[in-house]
Design a binder for this molecule. Structure first.
Ligand code: GCB
Length: 584
């Protein structure tokens, strides 16, 4: 939900910055203001802005001053962080406004009583990026994590102040189908007796629908079938704007907008359907990772990424392993990508963090962990559920679901996702394959497979044989569920060439990807192929990584490796819309 109408104060820029390795700032009252000659840019992670901060794990403080015009006095003031963390605490003019856990979902704090109108205001933010077993995703320290990406720290995404009247639109929920169904529900704060106007606009602004309803105190609803709208699909990502106006006696009190795409999506009898046609996912697992800006991928870089994905013939990606930024997902809506939206329960190396495996099993039974996993899932779904691009939710990546405790955990998360949004199918990415006890709880099976890389070293042929064997085993166990190859790949350091293809060379990566894709071509229960990864990205330091995970088909600065050309050829030879005559 966006509101071009509401007055805003953008907080992007150079903030004062200070590391607090002994975590003494709060006791010493830094929230009232602190002195430092260091600066950090917001939005961005702090890590690569100064080599001294690169691997820093701990607490850091940010502060900035901003001016709020007197003309805004009397309005409610909201402070919005699109993503900061891992753990963020915020003070305005010395008053604690609130705190938030998790880097990848937005949070909104009521700043009304702390803000000073017609004056400068001091905003102080404490960010703690420590890795811990009770944080999501979990780990022991920055280089001992269950997850294979760097734990950046900072105010990674934009922050701003926004002002509303006392009566305002709190939330907007939209549901569509490809035949023009438009259901909307606006939640209004202090709305009794007010009227709400819904308008559907074409891209160029022409009005297609106008409806005025009374708010029942809290909610205002629209339920219509709009004729003549064009469906949303990767080939034709037709978008419309739903504008919602809260009407006062002397004009609008609030206006919000949502971009709407008319589309249907379902998983049924072993197939995935977009707008009632069986669809085949071609794409990538991605990351939000970019030189210098860290977890913030600047708009221009995102645009390049999307054109590169289009050029290669991709139609989809997974937000491995956390919900991505609004800009990222706005582009997916706009440019026509089907998105599997993944939450932050990334547990790839989880069991390795524990000497005592009984302790690892207990983790899944800890109600505080479940509470956190549900909280982030809820925030993710609430923030992105109106997007046409988001077709499915992934509740976890690589949980040890050969364990009953972990399977039960995933089951509960899958059920919770469905209870929040019954319109979207649910999956999770499994590395336990045929030993996985949770595959039956989700609509589509997603498998991460690295035969020929983490096992069968140096033998692509043997790797592909094992991959197909395992895939078929899973299919026989769950013949009614489609299977996505959610991750497969090999590291290649750009510039290493070798004949014959050997590990780490560009040739080995390209040949492994080719052999996997050729291997599953035409298996009609295979719902798609997502190459791991779109681009190289930073990881914890370990003997298995050369600063970056090199499984990108693009380098970290988005130049192609040999594999990119091969993928372009392969994706163009695969159908986007599956045919029914394929082998079974
Ligand atoms: C996986 C993980 C992913 C890693 C990848 C790898 O299975 O899901 O986060 O980066 O393998 O390259 O090892």
């Amino acid at each position: 939900m966006k509101s071009p109408y509401r007055p805003k104060v953008d907080l992007s820029g150079f903030w004062k910055f200070k590391l607090d390795p002994r975590d003494e700032g709060e006791k010493e009252g830094w929230f009232k203001g602190f002195s430092s000659n260091d600066v950090a840019y917001v939005p961005s992670s702090w890590n690569e802005q100064n080599p001294l901060w690169d691997g820093y794990e701990g607490v850091a403080w940010y502060s900035t001053r901003f001016y709020v015009p007197e003309s805004l006095e009397g309005k409610l003031a909201w402070l919005i962080f699109k993503g900061a963390g891992y753990y963020t605490k915020v003070w305005l003019n010395g008053v604690l406004l609130g705190e938030h856990e998790g880097s990848f979902t937005q949070f909104k704090l009521d700043a009304t009583s702390a803000v000073r109108f017609g004056e400068y205001n001091l905003l102080v933010v404490r960010v703690d990026n420590r890795v811990a077993l009770d944080r999501l995703p979990p780990g022991l320290s920055i280089n001992r994590t269950a997850f294979d990406f760097l734990q950046y720290g900072g105010i990674h995404r934009p922050a701003y102040l926004e002002f509303t009247e006392r009566s305002y639109i709190e939330a907007l929920l939209v549901e569509t189908d490809h035949k023009g169904l438009l259901k909307a529900e606006a939640r209004i704060a202090n709305g009794s007796g007010l009227k709400v106007r819904f308008k559907l606009l074409e891209r160029e602004g022409a009005e297609l629908l106008l409806d005025e309803v009374s708010c029942n105190g809290v909610l205002a609803r629209l339920n219509r079938r709009v004729s003549g709208v064009k469906p949303w699909s990767p080939e034709e990502p037709n978008l419309y704007t739903l504008r919602v106006e809260l009407l006062g006696e002397r004009g609008p009190l609030d206006i919000v907008e949502e971009r709407v795409g008319f589309r249907s999506f379902k998983v049924d009898k072993g197939r995935v359907y977009l707008n009632e046609k069986p669809v085949f996912f071609k794409g990538f697992g991605r990351h939000e990772d970019f030189p210098v800006t860290g977890k913030y991928v600047p708009g221009a870089a995102l645009v390049r990424d999307f054109y590169l994905m289009k050029k290669l013939g991709a139609n989809s990606f997974r937000t491995s392993h956390y919900p991505y930024s609004d800009e990222h997902l706005d582009l997916a809506d706009e440019m026509g990508f089907m998105v599997i939206l993944e939450s932050t329960v990334c547990l790839s190396g989880f069991t390795g963090l524990f000497g005592d495996q009984a302790k690892a099993r207990e983790w899944f039974k800890d109600p505080r962990i479940m509470e956190k996993a549900k909280a982030v899932l809820k925030e993710m779904i609430e923030q992105h559920r109106n997007r046409p691009s988001v077709v499915m939710y992934s509740v976890a990546n690589e949980p040890p679901t050969d364990w009953e405790e972990a399977a039960e955990f995933v089951k509960q998360l899958a059920e919770y996702a469905k209870s929040l949004d019954p319109t979207r199918p649910v999956t999770f990415a499994s590395h336990r394959h045929s030993k996985d006890r949770a595959l039956g709880f989700v609509d589509m099976i997603s498998l991460n497979v690295y035969f020929g890389w983490y096992s069968e070293w140096g033998s692509i042929e043997e790797g592909v044989r094992r991959m197909l064997e395992e895939l078929k085993r899973v299919h026989e166990m769950y013949p009614d569920k489609p299977v996505l190859l959610a991750e497969f790949g090999a590291d290649a350091v750009a510039g290493i060439h070798w004949d014959p293809p050997v590990m780490w060379s560009e040739e080995y990566q390209a040949e492994l990807l080719r052999s996997y894709i050729e291997g599953v071509r035409g298996l009609k229960w295979v719902a798609g192929v997502h190459v791991w990864n779109f681009a190289d990205f930073r990881t914890p330091q370990s003997p298995g990584r050369t600063v970056l995970n090199r499984k990108g088909v693009f380098t970290r600065d988005r130049q192609p490796k040999f594999a990119a050309h091969v993928i372009k050829y392969l994706f163009s030879s695969l159908p986007s819309w599956a045919r029914s005559s394929e082998r079974g």
